[in-house]
Design a protein around this ligand. Structure first.
Ligand code: G3H
Length: 403
């Protein structure tokens, strides 16, 4: 999907504490999830490393004062350029630093364009000083530092930077201004940032209860719940009645086993077609054993690259990620949602929040009869698995199953 797109360098602009790192992480998580390989480069991290190195290798007497900021930026840019130029899969590099001065940005743009051949997109985060996020730093010292920077700060400007491609986010993303934004990846970034939210929230996920097909190890289809599956549906409802979540929304796949699991939530449940399980095409209704005997080549190809493998007349995990896009953007804004879905689909959704790679995604454990609770704060996501203690078969296919 991104093979034809030109590589891109995103240069962040903004005062300390204006949410740049959070924007960088969120953006990187989203682009990587879509298979657009993205890496963040932050000079501050190089600064820490350089200082540790210096303290180990030199005696302090007679040392002249070093310009640490220049040194750390130079090291960081060296790595960024090397990665973007030499890595075949590299698509987007994000430079997470303040870059408050117009001359400084012009130099960066020229250097990065020339040395990486990438397009440049500036993303500026403009925050009211009272909303600046103070992160583990003494509030007073931080405010003073921000005030000093503010005196010299030159914001991106349509008239003064007429040829720049840029995007300005005001108060995180209450309003957004874009100029000269071109290209598939940049357009995707704008679309995502318009939808992204940075508030704390909680999301819940559950697979449907155990189905008749799960008992027989059969893939796909549209079977009913097993007796234990029915028991889980009622336990799930009881759990959510007990924890009393304000304005709980329930989103479910249209397949029978998911709707039967959501049944007790009655009118609350909203059906999303894109939550349907991965389509196994010609292998629907078969067990792994039968697939390996009837279509050994297919079975081996899937083992080699489970994420990209597409079942004949069916789907790949990548296809599922693509079709989930609308629900992911809704989930960015949502709070207190319970999604009742399927193993492959939930792997794709959870991989986004947990930052799993495309290699890890198809093997993530999403056990039956458990609630997976994701708590989000800014860009930190934590997952808790709550088993509702009703036994069920395991549907986790081991890697290299050798059937
Ligand atoms: O086919 C349905 C399964 O939920 C997908 O599992 O990708 O591990 O085969 P699998």
């Amino acid at each position: 999907m991104f093979n034809d797109s030109k590589k891109l360098t995103v240069i962040l602009v903004g005062l300390p504490g204006s949410g740049k790192t959070c924007i960088a992480k969120k953006l990187s998580r989203y682009l990587n999830w879509k298979g657009c390989f993205t890496k963040i480069f932050c000079p501050d991290l190089y600064l820490q490393k350089l200082k540790v190195l210096e303290s180990k290798t030199s005696c302090m007497d007679g040392q002249e004062e070093k310009d640490w900021n220049t040194l750390s930026m130079a090291e960081c840019l060296k790595d960024l350029i090397c990665w973007l130029k030499n890595s075949l899969e590299a698509k987007v590099a994000i430079l997470d630093s303040e870059n408050l001065l117009r001359d400084q940005r012009a130099l960066l743009k020229k250097k990065l364009e020339t040395e990486t051949g990438s397009s440049i997109l500036f993303i500026e985060s403009v925050c009211n000083i009272n909303q600046i996020l103070v992160d583990g730093e003494n509030t007073f010292a931080c405010e003073r530092r921000v005030q000093q920077y503010q005196l010299r700060y030159e914001s991106l400007d349509e008239l003064l930077d007429p040829n720049y491609s840029f995007l300005k986010l005001f108060d995180v993303n209450k309003s957004i201004v874009t100029r000269n934004v071109e290209g598939h990846i940049s357009a995707l970034i704008v679309y995502f940032l318009i939808n992204a939210r940075f508030h704390s929230r909680t999301l819940y996920f559950s697979r449907h209860g155990e189905s008749e097909y799960n008992l027989q190890g059969i893939l796909g289809g549209d079977s009913d719940l097993s007796l234990r599956g029915v028991e889980y549906a009622s336990k799930l409802h009881e759990y959510f009645t007990g924890v009393k979540i304000e304005n709980l929304q329930v989103w479910t796949s249209p397949l029978k086993r998911a709707r039967q699991t959501a049944q007790l939530f009655e009118e609350k449940a909203k059906i999303w077609k894109c939550l349907e399980e991965i389509k196994a095409g010609i292998c629907e209704g078969m067990t792994y054993q039968q697939i390996s005997e009837l279509y050994p080549e297919e079975f081996r190809s899937r083992e080699k690259d489970k994420y990209n493998y597409r079942y004949p007349r069916g789907e790949s995990y990548y296809d599922v990620v693509v079709r989930l896009e609308p629900i992911m953007l809704e989930l960015e804004r949502a709070n207190n949602v319970l999604i009742i879905g399927h193993q492959a689909v939930l792997r794709c959704i959870l991989a986004y929040f947990l930052g799993k790679s495309t290699e890890e995604l198809p093997f993530m454990e999403v056990p039956l009869h458990s609630v997976l609770k994701i708590s989000a704060m800014a860009d930190d996501y934590h997952m808790q698995t709550i088993s509702l203690n009703i036994s069920a078969v395991s549907t986790q296919l081991p890697f290299n199953a050798n059937l």
